[in-house]
Design a protein around this ligand. Structure first.
Ligand SMILES: Cc1ncc(COP(=O)(O)O)c(C=O)c1O
Length: 383
């Protein structure tokens, strides 16, 4: 690890294998029919999405460009979600028997122009906060995806689709964003799925419970517990679709950065890294990190603020208390950082870092550091 060029992400292949295998084993244990749709948005590094294809995962995509990307790298099976479909790719996906979950009124209009027999799924918006107080990401503001169950919009949509002789509703989709990733969430999802199926007498093949699980974290709920919770309510009557992102890809990725400066000011000691919070917490929401300090120094210091290289004051990662005093060229390894990091990181003053694969005690580069050429690709000069 001493020889690695920093800053860099490191993908541990063994941990990735472990995560996908344990998810498959847990699904097999509980369901006769299941599909894993890997959530491209969570981390769409080429190596990762190609790996998931070789694991027989479907591509779970949420924009026409993600859809094109999945096709480009050879996915035959695609789950097409989200409000950002283009009409062209929407029609193409339906004609090619992709799993298409609709959630906007314009998709209903697009369906009216299709004459071929097609099957769709419906994304359901429901009041998660009611079932799991303080656990939903949006609280009483409510989630914004899908057709609302409680206010009757879902009912109207189902009625409208039932008037289309060539369109069949073959599934429902219930992904939600949460603060907790708890088992309770999946209890609520399964209960709402059951209510919707029964209330509207739906004859469907699949229930897509979305992503949002923990994975690769022994102290958190296991895949077995999640799927047991769902099965207790829904039985083994449907193809269960899961759309994991973070649970598969967060824990196998680390990020390594080197200390490029140590300085004392009136208020603080600052330890400046060649990495940035932009690469680790691009939404600036995290309050703590899992990390290892790689230093030969044994002296301790009561306070040091670990900061990123950017020229933004708020690019500060953490304050270390009573810890070993970091020195120039020491390294900090941030652990389990593969989800919603590299896909959201801005190209602010320094471009995407390189990525190593760690496999069988060796490191190899699976993505080069972006340079000026990648940054200006396709752009026009003034002259
Ligand atoms: C529709 C859908 N499916 C799956 C996921 C993946 O969620 P996670 O990465 O938390 O597993 C998301 C994330 O936002 C999503 O919006």
């Amino acid at each position: 690890m001493e020889k690695l060029i920093t800053p860099c992400y490191i993908l541990n292949k063994h941990l990735l294998d472990e995560n996908i295998t344990s998810m498959k084993n847990a699904l097999n244990e509980h369901f006769s029919n299941w599909i894993i749709g890997y959530s491209f948005k969570t981390n769409s590094l080429l190596y990762v999405i190609d790996y998931m294809k070789h694991q027989n995962c479907y591509a779970e995509v949420v924009s026409h460009q993600e859809y094109e990307l999945a096709k480009h790298i050879g996915y035959k099976n695609i789950i097409y979600n989200g409000p950002m479909k283009s009409q062209e790719t929407f029609v193409e996906a339906l004609n090619n028997n992709a799993i298409v979950n609709i959630e906007t009124h314009r998709e209903i209009e697009w369906l009216k122009n299709i004459t071929k027999n097609v099957a769709i799924g419906l994304r359901i918006n429901f009041d998660l906060e009611k079932y799991c107080p303080n656990e939903s990401a949006c609280g009483t503001e409510g989630g914004r995806f899908g057709f609302c169950f409680e206010n009757g919009v879902l009912e109207q949509v189902i009625a409208e689709i039932k008037t289309m002789p060539n369109v069949t509703i073959k599934g429902i989709h219930l992904h939600v964003s949460t603060k907790t990733r708890s088992l309770n969430i999946y209890k609520a999802i399964a209960n709402v799925a059951k209510q919707v199926i029964e209330k509207y007498n739906l004859d469907i093949d699949y229930v897509d419970v979305g992503g949002g699980f923990f994975g690769g974290m022994p102290e958190k709920p296991s895949f077995n517990e999640y799927f047991q919770t769902i099965k207790t309510i829904l039985g083994d009557n449907y193809t269960i679709i899961v759309e994991p992102g973070a649970s598969l890809i967060a824990s196998p990725f680390d990020y390594l950065a080197s200390v490029i400066d140590v300085k004392d000011t009136t208020y603080n000691r600052f330890v400046v890294l060649d990495g940035s919070r932009n690469d680790l917490d691009p939404q600036f929401k995290k309050s703590s990190y899992l990390y290892e300090l790689h230093t030969k120094n044994a002296d301790t210091i009561c306070t040091q603020v670990v900061a990123g290289y950017t020229c933004m004051e708020h690019d500060r990662l953490m304050t270390l208390k009573n810890n070993v005093a970091l020195q120039l060229n020491d390294r900090v390894l941030f652990k389990k950082v593969g989800s919603y990091t590299m896909c959201l990181a801005p190209n602010f003053i320094k471009y995407a870092p390189l990525v190593y694969l760690y496999e069988e005690n060796e490191y190899r580069i699976i993505k080069k550091q972006w340079g000026i050429n990648e940054y200006i690709a396709g752009a026009k000069k003034y002259e």
